[in-house]
Structures are given as structure tokens and as C-alpha cells.
Write a protein that binds this ligand. Structure first.
Ligand SMILES: [Fe+2]
Ligand SMILES: [Fe+2]
Length: 170
């Protein structure tokens, strides 16, 4: 890997860790407290568990990236990195699915509890986490991972969409 490519990889990893990994770790405890507040009002009894499951899966995933993937990338990659990247990409799909399921559940709850402030606050907080998570996943799937392994997963934007006219060279 050229010094310039290696500098780019280092900067991207730094950005991902600082904004997204640390950002999610800071946001989750406050969101769990909000979920508990909603539950204490008798609105639902599975919100804390559902958010805990998302947080635990996310923490394990980020830990795997920090302990295995990022060091491998900083050393220029190796022959096994493609398998690890594929595994991490599948976990991204699962995180987004779990987040979508929880948000759909909240959407249903608002129909019966539309004036509840604790519920509205939790929904707004979760929306913020969901958009940060989507940006985090995009930065990895679309910017970082392709530097080491060409994406072959069928749901990848680069394989499911034709190149846009702005980026097409033909
Ligand atoms: Fe990450
Ligand atoms: Fe990731």
C-alpha cells in the first residue's frame, strides 16, 4: 500500500472511531434511560430489551472492528481480510434490520399514545441514532471496505445500481 493510501485509510478509520463508534457508545445509555421511562408509563414492556440487544450486537461488532479489522487494515490487509469484511457487512444488514423493527414498533405505539412526551422524546433520540448508524455503515461499506475487498454482496449499492452519469466514464 502506498504511503498516500495508508494515510487515507488511517484518516478514515479515525473518523469512523471518533464520530461513530464513540458517538454510539455515548448515545446508548441515554437512550436506554429514555426507553425505561417510556416503559415506566405502561406503554410497552420490550423497548429496553430490544434496545439492549441492538446495543450489545453493535458493541461486539465495533469491538471486532477495533481489535481485528482496523489493525489488519493499518498493516495493509492480508489474504483473510475479505472473509472478515463479508462477515462484518452481514452484521451491518442485521443491525439495520433490528433498528428498523424497533422503529416500526414505536411507530405503532404512537398511534395509541400520540401525546406522550416520553415516547416522543425516545423516538427522536432513536431517529438520531438510526441516522448516525446509517452513515456509519455507509462509510464502512462504501468507502472503507472497498479499499481492501471489492464488494460482491448482492445488496451492495455498487453492484445493485448502475453507475450514475456523473461518475460514469463511458
Ligand atoms: Fe464501525
Ligand atoms: Fe461496521
Amino acid at each position: 500500500m502506498s504511503p498516500e493510501a495508508s494515510r487515507q485509510v488511517g484518516a478514515l478509520i479515525d473518523r469512523i472511531q471518533t464520530r461513530f463508534h464513540e458517538g454510539h457508545r455515548q448515545a446508548l445509555p441515554e437512550l436506554l434511560a429514555m426507553a425505561a421511562k417510556v416503559e415506566s408509563r405502561g406503554i410497552d414492556d420490550c423497548l429496553v430489551d430490544a434496545l439492549h440487544a441492538i446495543g450489545d450486537a453493535l458493541e461486539q461488532h465495533m469491538f471486532k472492528e477495533e481489535m481485528r479489522l482496523f489493525p489488519m487494515m493499518e498493516q495493509g490487509g492480508n489474504t483473510l481480510i475479505g472473509l472478515l469484511i463479508e462477515d462484518l457487512h452481514h452484521e451491518h444488514v442485521e443491525h439495520e434490520k433490528a433498528m428498523d423493527d424497533l422503529r416500526a414498533r414505536l411507530c405503532t405505539l404512537t398511534e395509541a399514545h400520540c401525546t406522550d412526551l416520553a415516547l416522543q422524546q425516545f423516538i427522536r433520540g432513536l431517529d438520531d441514532l438510526a441516522s448516525e448508524l446509517a452513515l456509519h455503515i455507509r462509510a464502512e461499506d462504501e468507502e472503507l471496505f472497498p479499499l481492501f475487498a471489492p464488494p460482491e454482496w448482492p445488496d451492495s449499492p455498487s453492484t445493485s445500481n448502475p453507475p450514475s452519469p456523473a461518475t460514469s466514464t463511458s
